[in-house]
Design a protein around this ligand. Structure first.
Ligand SMILES: Nc1ncnc2c1ncn2[C@@H]1O[C@H](COP(=O)(O)OP(=O)(O)O)[C@@H](O)[C@H]1O
Ligand SMILES: [Mg+2]
Length: 321
């Protein structure tokens, strides 16, 4: 659905996107994560043609994104809804008119029976039927984002772009908004790109994710692959640098998946090998409802070979830190 081929972009001397290549499939929920300033928003703005890029190519559903042909660009943008951190609603309009705004922009009538059905249907989909003639001023953050989602869907886009859409919301409301996006994804079969600096967001809904650092794609894959067994840059993004671990002894990190997470590997190993060790760090997380875990044990130098042989035998993935 979206192909980025060696895309680079700079603002003057500042290289913001460097040789970015990503393929996003039709009907995928794809995450783009990275620190503030990494270039995520710029990347999204290049995809929907709000920004130009200097080299490489971006194709959306087979059509090249270019700011040269204004008419073609407008047509392309019509097929892409977008939501933002600060909702961007017009306070002088009520919920209905905010949702209807893109139709107005395209010169479509918003008070015909079909238009009404469409707009009211979307407002009901996002759960705001009782707020239809209320001003955004009277809505909570989560409700405002619901209005923005309905508005982004009013022209039946094939793609929904979300730029830090939950970053201004508290964790419970964030989960509700993400569930709503999942529901929309399932019902309408649209492709969703989620740009965020929040790991929880990627964990809850993304099927694949690209980790961006200083304008480059550092890693790309399933969230559980990136975050349970992270590369160096991802590790420091997650604040999992090893400086909190004991300096004496050997630290071994173990990785558990859905299947191995409930096996009593640790206690069995201690019993079978007759050794003592300490658990220095651990976490258990769920990715789209699958549980993955990771654990660091600190062992004696002399036990290293036996421990690693044992872990290989019981098929637990490990790494010496
Ligand atoms: N219009 C612009 N002009 C100049 N520099 C910009 C502009 N927009 C973004 N930048 C710079 O590009 C870099 C990436 O910004 P951005 O894409 O907003 O990152 P992110 O969304 O990951 O926080 C930052 O260093 C930012 O200051
Ligand atoms: Mg941004």
């Amino acid at each position: 659905m979206i192909q980025l081929k060696n895309v680079s972009k700079s603002f003057g001397d500042l290289d913001v996107l460097k040789d970015i290549s990503i393929d996003i499939q039709d009907n995928e929920i794809f995450g783009i994560i990275g620190q503030s300033g990494a270039g995520k928003s710029t990347l999204l703005r290049c995809i929907n043609g709000l920004e130009d890029y200097q080299s490489g190519e971006i194709l959306v559903d087979g059509t090249k994104v270019s700011t040269k042909d204004k008419k073609a660009l407008r047509e392309l943008q019509r097929g892409m809804g977008m939501i933002f951190q600060n909702f961007n609603l017009l306070e002088r309009l009520d919920v209905y008119d905010n949702v209807a705004l893109p139709m107005k922009f395209w010169g479509m009538k918003t008070n015909t029976p079909e238009a009404k059905k469409k707009i009211e249907g979307l407002i009901s989909l996002v759960g705001l039927s009782d707020k239809i003639h209320v001003s955004p001023r009277e809505l909570s953050g989560g409700q405002k984002q619901r209005v923005a989602i309905a508005r982004a869907l009013v022209l039946d886009p094939k793609i929904l772009l979300c730029d830090e859409a939950t970053s201004a919301l508290d964790p419970a409301i964030t989960r509700e908004i993400l569930s709503l996006l999942e529901e929309i994804h399932q019902e309408m079969g649209i492709t969703i790109i989620v740009v965020t600096h929040q790991m929880e967001v990627v964990r809850q809904i993304c099927e694949r994710v690209a980790f961006i650092k200083d304008g480059r794609v550092v890693d790309i894959g399933k969230p559980e692959e990136l975050f349970i067994h992270p590369k160096k840059d991802v590790k420091s993004f997650l604040h999992q640098d090893s400086d909190l671990l004991p300096e004496e002894g050997i630290n071994i990190q173990l990785f558990f998946t859905d299947e191995s997470a409930d096996e009593p590997v640790i206690s069995q190993m201690a019993r079978e090998l007759g050794i003592d060790f300490s658990i220095s760090w651990a976490k258990l997380e769920d990715f789209r409802s699958h549980v993955y875990g990771s654990l660091v044990i600190t062992i004696d130098e002399k036990d290293k070979d036996r421990v690693t042989a044992y872990l290989d035998r019981v098929r637990v993935l490990w790494e010496v830190l």
